[in-house]
Design a protein around this ligand. Structure first.
Ligand code: COA
Length: 424
């Protein structure tokens, strides 16, 4: 670690992290997030964060970090109909000895200022503890279904599935990482895109995502990959692994799906048919299935998925008017919105939003009046199209005449529900 800078927070100083800081970072990380693998044994694992986007606090002169956070630069994060720069907040941790002294609050304040300086209009995260982030203006922006599907669950037929060929291989970074990255980006779509579908933009992040430390396998085999081809073109993949378990009545082991991506319905069908047909397994488990994922429509018996709805991305608007300009709207809209924001007061005020449907013709201007009102946290839930304004209004989170709320619902909705396919 380099010399402390002068910023003082509760007797702590900010330290500059470098590539050499990994032992200290991992020491704190394993205090914040208990791990069966000691920090010293994790040094060889790929660390995903850029030190320049990581910040830490420590006692003056101490090598022990008291708190840290970092973020990913998502320069092309999908928002409805477009992409924009956002930050992916991660590795937020406070050493147990320093908890309850406001360090998280101070780090969040710093993070917002950093986002603002970098021109990132929003911050997104996965929450280890969902109750934490609402107070900082993060709204739940997307949800997923965690599914456990029985072996051989039937799927409705899809034309063209038979023409897809699928290879089965052990995952090999050099052979497969580029195929995965390319297909994952394609699966986001272009104009009618999937909001929230963050891509792993840096080599560090791709190395981290594909790392497969033996210590974390918990009886599973190494990651394997199915790659789907139409003629010679790769059109989809499924990253999966199996655990072998034998019960009295036969095999009971699960298949765990890390991620799948498919460029069209026939590919979805071809991949899932094979996942559900792996010999000597009893279920397929997947955590991050979007609520409108075609799999849930293709299952003949939807209950076969035993879905459990879980929170996916949380989103905090850093520059609300600019963020509103960056997305597209599914219906024509001309509405005035009163926004409250205790932490970032430049967001607070009355804004007039005018937009043509599915168009870059979007205007956000200051207004004197307001037809609907909400807090920035609620706008974070609306922003990617994962919650309807009517649903939020019926929970008391948006106020306004029913017609205005209905207009807001139509405009902020999106043909594809938001989802991020992997945890960062
Ligand atoms: C969660 C954690 C970062 C909190 O750090 P901290 O410095 O103790 O938090 P602060 O003292 O700044 O508290 C800030 C606010 O968050 C609240 N808070 C803190 N921990 C919380 C928790 N686990 N659940 C809900 N609220 C929590 C505090 O009550 C406080 O609320 P207030 O400002 O409205 O009074 C820390 O306990 C930690 O590292 N936990 C383990 C790792 C983790 O879960 N990290 C989050 C990753 S997404």
């Amino acid at each position: 670690m380099s010399q402390p800078t002068s910023t003082r927070i509760d007797g702590l100083v900010e330290v500059t992290l470098t590539e050499e800081s990994l032992p200290q970072i991992l020491a704190l990380d394993t205090w914040a997030f208990p791990s069966p693998v000691p920090a010293s044994d994790q040094l060889a694992w790929p660390w995903p964060l850029d030190p320049q986007r990581s910040r830490a606090l420590a006692e003056p002169g101490s090598d022990t970090l008291a708190a840290m956070h970092g973020s990913y630069a998502y320069s092309t994060f999908p928002v409805p109909g477009a992409t924009t720069a956002v930050a992916g907040l991660t590795a937020v941790g406070v050493h147990p000895q320093y908890r309850g002294r406001g360090l998280l609050r101070s780090m969040i304040t710093t993070h917002f200022a950093d986002c603002r300086a970098r021109g990132e209009v929003a911050s997104v995260l996965f929450a280890s503890q969902p109750a934490i982030y609402g107070r900082f203006g993060y709204g739940l922006a997307s949800r997923t279904a965690a599914v456990t599907i029985k072996h051989h669950a039937a799927l409705r037929p899809v034309a063209g599935s038979d023409a897809i060929t699928v290879t089965f291989e052990e995952f090999d970074f050099d052979a497969h990482a580029a195929i995965v990255a390319g297909l994952h980006a394609r699966a986001a779509g272009r104009n009618i895109n999937t909001p929230g579908w963050a891509t792993r933009e840096t080599p560090r992040l791709r190395a981290h995502f594909h790392a497969d430390p033996a210590e974390l396998r918990e009886g599973f085999e190494k990651w394997r990959i199915m790659v789907a081809f139409r003629e010679d073109d790769p059109v989809g993949y499924a990253l999966f692994r199996r655990k072998f378990r034998w019960a009295e009545a036969g095999p009971e082991g699960p298949v765990e799906l890390q991620e799948y991506a498919a460029t069209d319905p026939a590919v979805v069908h071809a991949l899932w048919t094979r996942l559900l047909d792996l010999e000597l397994t009893s279920t397929v488990q997947a955590h991050w299935i979007g609520l409108d994922d075609p799999l849930l429509t293709l299952l003949v018996d939807p209950r076969a998925a035993t879905p459990r709805i879980i929170d996916n991305l949380w989103l905090r608007l850093i520059d609300a008017p600019e963020a509103l300009r960056r997305r597209r709207y599914a219906a024509a809209v001309d509405l005035t919105i009163e926004l409250t924001d205790d932490m970032l007061t430049s967001n607070a005020g009355r804004w007039r939003l005018r937009a043509d449907p599915f168009s870059a013709n979007v205007e956000v201007t200051v207004s004197d009046t307001a037809e609907v009102s909400m807090d920035v946290r609620t706008l974070g839930s609306l922003y990617l199209g994962g919650f309807s304004a009517s649903a939020l209004a019926s929970a008391g989170l948006i106020e306004g005449a029913a017609e205005s709320v209905a207009a807001l619902s139509s405009a902020f909705g999106w043909p594809r529900l938001p989802v991020c396919s992997w945890v960062f």
